[in-house]
Design a protein around this ligand. Sequence first.
Ligand code: G6P
Ligand code: MG
Length: 483
Amino acid sequence: MTLRRTKIVATLGPATSSPERIAALIDAGMNVARLNFSHGTADEHRERARLVREIARDKGTHVALLGDLQGPKIRIARFTEGKIQLEVGDHFRLSTSHPLDDGNADIVGIDYPELVNDCRAGDELLLDDGRVVLRVDSVGKDEVRCTVTAGGPLSNHKGINRRGGGLSAAALTDKDRFDITVAAELQMEYVAVSFPRDAADMHLARKLLKDSESNAWLVAKIERAEAVADQATLDGLILASDAVMVARGDLGVEIGDAELVGIQKLIISRARKQNKVVITATQMMESMISSPLPTRAEVSDVANAALDYTDAVMLSAETAAGSFPVEAVQAMDRVCRGAEKHPTSQNSGHRMGQEFERCDESIALAAMYTGNHFPGVTAIISLTESGYTPLIMSRIRSHLPIFALSPNAETLGRVAMFRGVQGIQFNPVEITSSDVNQAAVNTLLDRGHVQAGDWVILTKGDVYNSRGGTNSMKLLHVGERLV
Ligand code: G6P
Ligand code: MG
């Protein structure tokens, strides 16, 4: 069976914490397990991380861990009764001084003093991901007075966004700082920062990770209107990160659903052009929270993200709390494989007419160009220390599997997120140098990925275990004696 190129990130939660369920998710095709720090305790995340590592190891596969920081999501406080009902035309006030546990149908507290400075009459405030909409009538010294323009139930702690953005607390909260130490302790390969405003927020997150001695790659969640307001800010965020997530939940609320699809395509293409990894997230298989089959629209959404060449598609509540978590991963697996057969996902125009900056980059791109144009080639092998060479390779569209051969567990986990890349444990240092090419090809032969008569491309450097050192590419004919 051909290997799936688009990777699947599945969020673990109450529905997927048992060893059996985690094993079933891995069998169904989960490449990355997301631990969502917005829910659950540090100990629950520790236990899930331990199970993922242990079960993946037993199955001889590599699953990356992604820790998703809660970030400064702004939320209303609580209602005396837990919940109220708002009707169109009702007046409703958000107050920075009202008791936090004593909201009612007229007024609710909010623990964000800046609200009165961030809002103007005429603004639209969106609660509970836009299910309830308020129009601001006037702003007082400690309250914002509104009229309901879309009604519905409203319960404790629902999130609040302003149409067009502009409600912005500092990106890394005290809780995030603590959760970064947990991510470091669990050696997570990826850490996602929620609601970053610009590159400076990402630099701060990187510093905090360094202080905790974590090598995690940083994911910027693109979910504020400000982040996509102009290309310079978006590119700045992308360049300050190792990966980005199209976090469609909050982003869609802030910029409006009509803008979202175009922006998703822009983010995916800008990330790939800058050699970064990109994840497409939120509500991809939403109906599967309670149904064993996705809707046609969801199928189309996942397939289109795969056709746009996202590295990974993500499941949130579908796997964390849904009734059909394993079926949701299976559905994504099926849909991605189907989409990947489409010719546009196999032909590349990437960086045509551009100069390359580095030797290893040039070799990586030459390998892909050769593989895509020489019909006998069935696989690319990249000996890699950090995963950088296969990352560059996988920015190019191709039908060829890229095998990242590395001695480092961390690298093997990390490449689980890269589109079209499969990690395999391999340590060239343990092998006589004249036998390394043969040993690498044998690794693929043993696993049934290639057969005699195939051509395989292999890249490496002169010295083993030196990152950035890739300087050669070989075309190897499987079945012949290779040196
Ligand atoms: C392995 C190979 C080296 C190569 C390196 C590239 O260690 O044995 O010959 O230079 O990978 O690693 P990178 O992290 O730059 O992809
Ligand atoms: Mg979000």
